[in-house]
Each structure stands twice: as structure tokens, then as C-alpha cells.
Design a protein around this ligand. Sequence first.
Ligand code: ARG
Length: 487
Amino acid sequence: MARKNTTARVLKAGAPKSSANTKSRSNTMWGGRYKLGPAEIMERINASIGFDRRLYAQDIAGSLAHADMLVAQGILTAKDGRAIRRGLIQVRGEIESGRFKFSTKLEDIHFNVEARLTELIGAAGGRLHTARSRNDQVALDVRLWVRDTIDRLEPMLADLQAALIDRAEEYAATIMPGFTHLQTAQPITFGHHLLAYVEMFGRDRGRLADCRARLNESPLGAAALAGSPHPIDPRKTAKALDFDRPMANSLDAVSDRDYVVEFIAAASLAAVHLSRLSEEIVIWCSAPFRFIALSDAFTTGSSIMPQKRNPDAAELTRGKTGRIVGAFVALCTMLKGLPLTYGKDMQEDKEPLFDAADSLELGVAAMAGMVRDLKANPERMRAVASADYSVATDLADWLVREIDLPFRQAHHVTGALVGKAADKGIDLDRLSLAEMQAVEPRINRGVYRVLTVEASVKARKSLGGTAPANVVRAVKEARRRFLGRSR
Ligand code: ARG
């Protein structure tokens, strides 16, 4: 059906007769006092339908709950209520099947749905907006959308944790160099390293859960900003939409976008974690490292260099962090100067929000894929872990334990031994006992036992330490804590 007819019908059903008769081109939804339509550029800057159509399901769910409440409160007749319900369900079907014709003239998703509803069911469609404004409507839609998105992200993050935990179990005893300053520090286990990210993503899930708990109040009933003179029951709509309660203050209800900021803040930190792991994957895949390899499924070739295998998924996950953190800055900047209550500025929350959520979902899924795909190179990891005097701390700890040197002195002695070995271009365990005793006479043969990377990681069984036995236990614990299962 052509839009012209649509507009005409809406005018007939919803708008005052006079405007229909004068064939005004002013807005059919609010143009009662308008003689002329908007300038082309006004229409263009004003319209959000290009992106807020993504809110259609939430918009219709909210309208269904609102209409039911209006009927229950005797504000609408049951007959109108039934027509509205039937109409809204049809509109949803049209949108989902791709038959719906979105109109820029109708600005946004709220007007697009309402106009089509009125076209379908007549005057009753125009009654749906009783005791409601687009201000509480959009606040509701975005809240529901963020809630739905968190509910989708939550199991995705859990799945990423599951992937990391499985690989940690597999590599519980695989030795790699642990770095500080990206300089070899001490030997660690690859499983332990992977479990560090399980903790980070666990906190991300916690932050999203906090955000969800705080956002779960319904703004419906605030209407434009001041509440409604109709005998509405905001508790009813809140309950129908699975909110914990209606919001306490109508001004806050329409002006609050904390939940968008909180969501994007939590998303930013999750993205930062994904980015750090991505960066490690990029480094580990590089030729000088060769700690891991990604398969054909998670790399791309170069158009000119046939030998290349690029970790693009990791790079893109790392790169998308900028968009997500950018969304956080955009949102805070958009809100910071807004007086209460609603300002059209707030329409600018959607594109950054949608983009941040999409980017994060992609990144989480890609990371879970990469984690499941990667193959470690234990020989290479062990070789690098053994180099560069990574067991020097073990030697110092031995001096503390066995000959009771104060740690600071043990550090000094070890430093001298490392210097000696470095001068000769050999590892610490290649120094003869005599060479060691020249620095500290009380050193005995027992010292050689602690100078292997295996002994080093095995000894670190303090709580949260890297010992393989710890990792095996930590894997079990992580499954219980984060995945709610024992195996
Ligand atoms: N499209 C608008 C938005 O996204 C809906 C709310 C418009 N409200 C208004 N009073 N103009 O914010």
C-alpha cells in the first residue's frame, strides 16, 4: 500500500478534521498547530527511524502492556483494547516479515508503529497513546533493549569463559614465560594465564548483572515528564514487563539514561579485556614468539605475501574497542549538559549504544572461537620460559630458605650470579658449584634442584599461584563459580 494513502488514513482517523481538509503537509502525529511541513533538512536531522527501528519489539511489547493496563483501569474499553492488541501483533508480524514500510516522515519507531496501527484498526489506534508520551515510551524501549542485550551477552560471556576454562585444563602444566614489562619475568603455566581472563570476564558479567539489576524499573506512567491525570497503574505495566517496580520520580523516569552509560561502561571494560587478550594472541602468533598458532578458520592471507597468516579476528576485536569506548565518551558528553527532563539530544544515544553492543557481541563470539581454535606450541613456550634467567627469583628464594639470607641480600647475591652467567653467556644452572661459592660460600648442590622451569612453577602453589596442581584445582573451582557445574 502506498504511503500517501497511509498518511491520508491516519489523518482521518487520528488528527483533527481541519488539518485533513486543508491537506496540510504538517506532521500527522503532532502537527495540529502546524501549517507547514518541516524543511527537508529538518526532517533529515529529526528522523531516527533509520536506526531506532531496532526497538520495534520492545516498543510493541511496551504498547501491549500499556494498552492492557488502560483497559484494566477502565480508561480504554475492552473492545478497543482487543483491537489494539490484534493490530499491534499484526504490525509486529509485518515488521518481522519485512513487509512493513518505514517512513522517515513519521520520524521514529513509535510513530511508525502507531500510524500503521491506526491505519489497521482506525480510531482505537489513536487511543493507545492516552496517558503516555514518546518520552516515557522511548525511555522504556531503550531500557528493555539494554536488558535484552545484557540477557544475550551474559551466556555469550559464560561461553567464552567455558572455552578458556577447557583450554586451561588442557594446558594446566604447559610452561610459558610470564612477563612484566613484556620482559621475561618468571615461568608460569599457560593454563594459569588463561584462567586470569576467566576472572576478568567473570567481573564483566558481574558488572552487567549490576547494571541489569539497577535498570530494572519501569519509566511508564511518567508520560511527558510530570505524570498523568488519568487513573493509570504504573505498577501493572511494570509487572507485565518484568520490571521490579515503577520508577519513583516521573522527571527522572524520562530523563535518566544512566542505564545506557552503565551498560556501555561495562561493555567498555569487557572490550578492554578482549583487547588485551587479542593483543596477546597477536603477539603469541608472531614469528619471533610462535607460542600459539591459529588455524585457517581464524586467520587470513595476504594479497601479496603468500606465506602470511594474519590473526585478523584478534586485531579486529582489539580494534573494535575504540568504537565501544568511543560510545561511552559520546554518551557522557551527550548527557552532561542536559537540563531535566527530556532533550532531543537523547535520541543520539541509540547509534553509539547499538554499535557498542554489536561490536562487543562480535568480539566475544570471535574470541570464544579463537580460544577454541588456538593450538599452543609447548616446546617453544618452554624454551623462551627457560631463557633470560627466569628462575633467578627461585635462586634468591632458595638462599632465603636454605641459608637464611635476608631477601634483600639474597637478591644481591643472585644478581651477582646472574651477572656472572651472563658474562659467560650461559644459563644459571650451567655455573659450577665453585663459581657459585665464589659469590656465596654457603651455597651447596641442593641449589640446582630449584633452577629448572618445572621446579619453579611447581613450587608456586600459594593461593592463586601458577603451580599445575593449582591450575587443575582452579579449573574445577572456575567451573563451579562461573558455569554452575562441577565438571
Ligand atoms: N525518537 C525520539 C528519541 O529517540 C523519541 C522521543 C521523542 N520525544 C519527543 N518529545 N520529541 O529520543
